[in-house]
Write a protein that binds this ligand. Structure first.
Ligand SMILES: [Ca+2]
Length: 248
């Protein structure tokens, strides 16, 4: 991918940009649009000035690390989107799964995302495609790459055993909501993903909706903590993926 030439931004103010970036990085997620907007519309020299200013203003926070992380994620999302537009959905999902599994460590997020968004029928098609492409079963590869409770859940999902009933239970939803809230509050650095994954993988769709409703009631009002935002964002991500599939 070619690197665009960026002309110096007129009316540039390193302090304003540093402040804007600090605000955009604040909290759990980050306001990626704002960050991208700033870093892609300043010249190299201006970016260096912002970094220096950022350091004097905020000391310990490493702007470079924050930006690198965001940039990587955004570039990857963009690449994924282009590939998605050019590939058959089933093949694309199979390839994404393979990428997630074969990489170093386990990309749980991607595996959960793909398996949790698709219904059993689609998951079985994706698993067939996977086996055709890689001469090994999705189930076996997931078994080899994951561990613990998540392993059991993902193996079950990968063989098309998701609960697709409409049976809902309000008490269970309340319990899940409490567990999610606790998982988010106990760990300062982020939501305990294992709880999130378990809920996402095990509950049927109407039940999940109920869980999120209960969660909202517990949390009380929006933005009380980043955990809710994170859950909504994960939901949004799944919704985006689902919509993408439906449009095809
Ligand atoms: Ca791996």
């Amino acid at each position: 991918m070619g690197r665009p030439t960026v002309v110096p931004y007129e009316g540039f103010n390193d302090e304003d940009d540093a402040k804007a970036l600090k605000a955009a990085f604040k909290g759990f997620g980050s306001d990626e649009d704002a960050i991208i907007d700033i870093i892609t519309r300043r010249s190299n020299e201006q970016r260096r000035q912002i970094a220096t200013r950022f350091k004097t203003m905020y000391g310990k926070i490493k702007l470079r690390t924050l930006i690198k992380r965001t940039k990587k994620r955004t570039e990857r999302n963009f690449e994924d989107l282009i590939i998605a537009l050019m590939t058959e959905p089933t093949e694309f999902q199979a390839k994404q799964l393979h990428k997630a599994i074969s990489g170093l460590g386990t990309d749980e997020k991607t595996i959960v995302e793909i398996l949790a968004v698709h219904n059993n029928e689609d998951v079985i098609k994706i698993a067939d495609e996977y086996e055709g492409l890689y001469q090994t079963s999705l189930e076996a590869d997931i078994k080899g790459d994951t561990s613990g409770t998540l392993k059991r859940l993902l193996v079950s999902l990968s063989t098309g055993h998701r609960d697709e009933s409409d049976v809902v239970n309000k008490d269970a939803a309340f319990q899940d909501a409490q567990d999610l809230l606790q998982a988010g509050e106990l760990l300062f650095t982020g939501t305990d993903e294992s709880v999130f994954n378990q809920v996402m993988c095990q509950r049927n769709r109407p039940q999940l909706r109920l869980v999120f409703e209960e969660y909202e009631k517990l949390v009380g009002h929006p933005n009380r903590n980043g955990d809710r935002k994170r859950i909504l964002r994960n939901n949004k991500r799944s919704a985006f993926a689902t919509n993408r599939m439906r449009k095809r």
